[in-house]
Design a protein around this ligand. Structure first.
Ligand code: PLP
Length: 452
């Protein structure tokens, strides 16, 4: 039930919220969420919101999932905490590593755990450095990623992230960024997807040529960047890109923190797109948000190099107190069990088809420039193109429209995500057909409210 809490207007909050101006940390500008059930969350005024982004793409099983809560509670009673270090670990931590090893699309993977997606990217960056040292090439530490992508908040993850660098005096040395596959926004008038993909591959090739030989360790990418505005790449993009990476012996790292665990119609986004990453990262939906836990699945070559490197030094001097937390492991094991048992990847894919149909119906709306969908996710893009295929809106104008429609949607009780020009919809895997239709109806009303 909603609590009795009634916030006073404009009082400064004692906490700092993310991705908003610091001056907006006031009571009056903030909604206080009180409880959630299924795909809905409720604020302290009793208002209901359909969480059409699974709250930052996390709550795959929705809220108040009793079976999950019971599994977590049982783990709390049995072994509420243990460290995975110095020849000891928790039983559930090992079980989760075993389960993920079966599941991830990397043969003979080994698992390292963290608490957040940021940590997963950060730790992986560090492992790649350990690999470079073990191979006697300590300068082979440069990592490429893409503008507009988001990889996290820690220094390395924020350096991988393709934006918001200047305000934090980032990136750290050794991080490079190339174009996001934004075919809708950045193609030349009339440019075919194949030509656009080839152009991006040439850009990467020429950027690699600017680096000293054999100094690039990896290329990090989400299969689809949600943060850049659901940038579903043309089918030709990853084949063209991986041909360049393979030619230079550069590892493809898939950041599956958002796209993993059923989001794109398969267990992993790399499977949905037919990619073969050397390593991948997971977080968010892995525990449905019921406990902070992230995972890095590394390929056998990196593992072998970690073995030889640690043998040379006498130890692997990396651990994190809460990594592989038994309660997080129990939560993840239960989430994976429920998803498998209840066929939620297939259900999500079916709901995704319905979502795609709902969003496609809005393609003809005067405000909408493009619709992109894959699996249980999609976006409306507000950059429109004219009859000659030239952009009709500036990116800034399209972003403004996107924010306005998202605000109108929120007013109608649906939480979407304005990511650049793209209004992203990605509800929990447990979403029902009626709830998808409801999202569509309220989205149509929001569009009409902003501009008919
Ligand atoms: C693709 C991607 N990678 C990594 C992260 C970082 O995860 P976390 O916020 O759990 O640190 C995010 C967070 O939104 C993300 O979207």
């Amino acid at each position: 039930m909603p609590s009795e809490f009634t916030p006073e207007q404009d009082e400064r909050l004692p906490l700092i919220l993310g991705f908003q101006p610091v001056t907006a940390n006031t009571v009056g500008a903030t909604r206080f969420m009180d409880y959630g059930k299924g795909v809905y969350v409720y604020d302290t005024d009793g208002r209901e919101y359909l969480e059409a982004t699974a709250t930052f793409y996390v709550a795959a099983l929705g809220y108040q999932h009793e079976e999950l809560i019971e599994a977590i509670t049982a783990q709390y009673r049995q072994l509420p905490f243990f460290v995975s270090a110095m020849n000891r670990t928790g039983r559930t931590s090992l079980e989760l590593a075993d389960r993920l090893r079966e599941l991830v699309p990397i043969a003979d993977a080994h698992l390292l755990f963290g608490t957040t997606g940021s940590e997963a990217l950060d730790f992986l960056t560090k492992l790649l450095r350990a690999q470079a040292v073990a191979r006697g090439r300590p300068e082979r530490t440069t990592i490429f990623s893409r503008h507009g992508s988001y990889h996290g908040a820690t220094l390395a993850a924020a350096s991988l992230t393709g934006g918001h660098h200047a305000e934090f005096a980032l990136p750290l040395p050794g991080f490079r960024h190339v174009a996001q596959p934004d075919y809708h926004g950045a193609r030349l008038p009339g440019e075919a997807p194949r030509d656009y993909a080839a152009r991006l591959a040439r850009e990467l090739e020429s950027r690699i040529a600017q680096e000293p030989p054999d100094t690039i360790a990896a290329f990090v990418a989400e299969p689809v960047s949600f943060s850049a505005g659901f940038m579903l790449p043309p089918a030709e993009y990853f084949p063209a890109l991986t041909a360049v990476l393979d030619a230079h012996g550069i590892a493809l790292v898939a950041d599956e923190v958002v796209t993993g665990i059923g989001r794109l119609g398969d267990w992993f986004g790399t499977q949905a797109l037919g990619l073969a990453p050397a390593h991948l990262t997971l977080g968010k939906a892995l525990t449905g948000g019921y406990f902070p836990l992230s995972a890095i699945a590394i390929g056998p070559e990196l593992y072998a190099d970690l073995e030889s490197g640690s043998t040379a030094v006498g130890t692997f001097a990396h651990a994190s107190t809460y990594a592989a937390h038994p309660v997080g492991a129990a939560a993840a094991l239960k989430v994976l069990e429920i998803i498998e048992r209840d066929g939620l990847v297939a259900h999500g894919a079916r709901m995704g088809e319905r979502l795609a149909a709902v969003l496609e119906r809005l393609r003809g709306h005067p405000l909408v420039g493009d619709v992109r969908t894959l699996g249980l996710a999609g976006c409306l893009d507000f950059l429109r193109r004219d009859a000659d295929d030239r952009p009709r809106d500036t990116a800034a104008a399209a972003e403004e429209t996107c924010r306005a429609v998202n605000a109108a949607l929120f007013d109608r009780g649906v939480v979407g995500r304005a990511a650049g020009r793209g209004l992203v919809i990605a509800p929990p895997l447990i979403v029902s057909p009626g709830e998808i239709d409801d999202i569509g109806a309220r989205l149509a009303a929001a569009l009409d409210a902003v501009g008919g």
